[in-house]
Structure formats: structure tokens, C-alpha cells
Design a binder for this molecule. Structure first.
Ligand code: NAP
Length: 249
């Protein structure tokens, strides 16, 4: 049975990924930071589909919370086979470099970069045969912004996703001989609440029609790529990036 931790799974891409894993009868840790009710609804959906699930509150940018989340997974579901580093933030509003605060930068890096590294560390400890594990797969949810740099809007966010991409390349090489695969998806414009959180509630409406496919993507479309990368169907794929961008570059 797949045992997978999905960070930031109360909404958006994380929730869609957790639900799709549930349909494959996986055991899923549904991590969330504030949305307890939404996380519980994701758990109920997974259980209804025949999977197992538990909601675990925790901030991925806080080491004690990450340790607790992995300990809960060990206790309830046993050996971890997958991690989806999905939890991520953009910041409260569109900005240029002149207006970025130190706090905004540090919060972004703590959640998006340190959070992903901490979770990867704990996952490798459990998956590596050196520590008694049986291999596994890690999928990082990066962004097209890692390539474009998101000028005049979110370059600090884009830089955090660039760091995630570098981690994907390095960690994939570091653990390839331990049966652990590490890959990433780079979503483009996806219809989730993240845009409203960034003060741009109409972003999908405004920019969707300008995409090559004339629409934004859905969380479910990104989840399909993530779940494939987690699965044995991707058994010889590591250190790779799948763009889920509808053709945007
Ligand atoms: P979303 O709808 O805003 O959902 C974000 C999720 O992350 C929520 O479940 C939230 O939990 C959780 N979260 C936020 N901070 C957290 C923290 N410190 N610790 C644990 N969980 C935390 O976002 P989304 O659009 O699904 O984005 C998911 C990932 O895709 C992010 O990494 C994002 O950068 C990336 N991405 C998204 C797009 C897009 O267009 N949507 C494009 C490129 C990349 P609570 O609600 O419970 O607080």
C-alpha cells in the first residue's frame, strides 16, 4: 500500500492530489496549517473512496511540526512510500523588489524552501534502505515561475521555487542508489485560492484566456502528474520536471 504525506492538502493542488491518491486506495497524511474543516473533508473523501487518511495540523516551516507530522504517519500508517512537498505561499500582494520586506522574504523562504528541505530530510530517513526503509518517491510542487522569475510580481516567490528545483536535482542524484526518486511538477496558472491569497482574486479570469490553451489549469490536472510521478509507472524517472502549464513557457 502507498503511504503518502501531502503537505498543504486542505485546499487546491494538495487536496486534489490527496483525493486522487485516496482513489488508488493509498493511506494519506493530509497536512494543513489553518483549514481543519477543509482537511477533514478531504479525509472523508479519501475514506469514502476506500483509502485511509488522517488530517495533521502543522506548519511545514516549523521543525517541531514537521517532526510531529512524520511521527503521526509512522504511528498510524507505517513505512512511508511517498512525499508531496506541495505546501507553498506566494505572499499577500503583487510587488516589485523595491517594496519587498525582509519579513516577506524570510517567511517565503521558511515555508517554501526550508519546509520542503525539512520534509525531504524526514522522508529520506524513512525511505532509505540505510535506515531500514524500502525506497520511495518525492514530488516537489515547484512553479513555472522558477523559469520565468515572475518579474514585477513575485520574484521572491519565484526564487524560492528555483531553490526547490535545485533541491530536486541534487537530492535526486544523492538518493538515486537508495531506491528513492525525486521529481517535480511546475504548474502554470492553476485555478485555486492561492491567487486570492496574493490579493489577485480575478487572476484566473483575467489571464486564463491569455494562456496558449485559452484557460487556466485545474488542481486535478496537476494532481494527475504528481500521482503518476509517485507511482511505479514512473519507476525509471528521477531528477525530472513536468510542466503542467497548458503550453505556457
Ligand atoms: P492554495 O490553494 O493556496 O493552497 C495552499 C495549501 O498550502 C493550503 O492547504 C494551505 O493550508 C497550505 N499551507 C500554506 N502554508 C502552509 C504551511 N506553512 N504549512 C503547511 N501547509 C501550508 O495553493 P495551490 O494553488 O494549491 O498551491 C499549491 C502549490 O502549488 C504551492 O506550492 C504553489 O506555490 C504551487 N503552485 C501553484 C500555482 C497556481 O497557479 N495555483 C502555480 C504554480 C505553483 P491551510 O489553508 O490549511 O492554511
Amino acid at each position: 500500500m502507498q503511504v503518502v504525506i501531502v503537505t498543504g492538502a486542505s485546499r487546491g493542488i494538495g487536496a486534489a492530489t490527496a483525493k486522487l491518491l485516496g482513489r488508488n486506495q493509498a493511506a494519506v497524511v493530509v497536512n494543513y496549517r489553518t483549514g481543519a474543516q477543509q482537511a477533514n473533508e478531504v479525509v472523508a473523501d479519501i475514506e469514502a473512496a476506500g483509502g485511509k487518511a488522517i488530517a495533521v495540523q502543522g506548519d511545514v516551516g516549523t521543525e517541531a511540526d514537521v517532526m510531529h507530522m512524520f511521527a503521526e504517519c509512522d504511528r498510524l500508517f507505517g513505512p512511508l512510500t511517498g512525499l508531496v512537498n506541495n505546501a507553498g505561499i506566494v505572499g499577500a500582494e503583487k510587488r516589485r523588489i523595491e517594496t519587498v520586506s525582509f519579513d516577506t522574504i524570510m517567511t517565503l523562504m521558511r515555508v517554501n524552501v526550508a519546509g520542503a528541505l525539512l520534509c525531504a530530510r524526514e522522508a529520506v530517513k524513512r525511505m532509505s534502505p540505510k535506515h531500514g526503509g524500502r525506497g520511495g518517491a518525492i514530488v516537489n510542487v515547484s512553479s513555472l515561475g522558477a523559469i520565468t522569475g515572475s518579474p514585477k510580481a513575485f520574484i521572491d516567490y519565484a526564487a524560492s521555487k528555483g531553490a526547490m528545483d535545485t533541491m530536486t536535482i541534487g537530492l535526486a542524484a544523492e538518493v538515486a542508489d537508495r531506491g528513492i526518486r525525486v521529481n517535480a511538477v511546475r504548474p502554470g496558472l492553476i485555478d485555486t485560492d492561492i491567487h486570492a491569497s496574493a490579493g489577485l482574486p480575478d487572476r484566473v479570469e483575467r489571464f486564463g484566456p491569455q494562456m496558449p490553451m485559452k484557460r487556466a489549469g485545474t488542481a486535478e490536472e496537476v494532481a494527475e502528474a504528481i500521482v503518476w510521478l509517485l507511482s511505479d509507472k514512473a519507476s525509471y524517472v528521477t531528477g525530472e520536471f513536468i510542466g503542467v502549464t497548458g503550453g505556457a513557457r
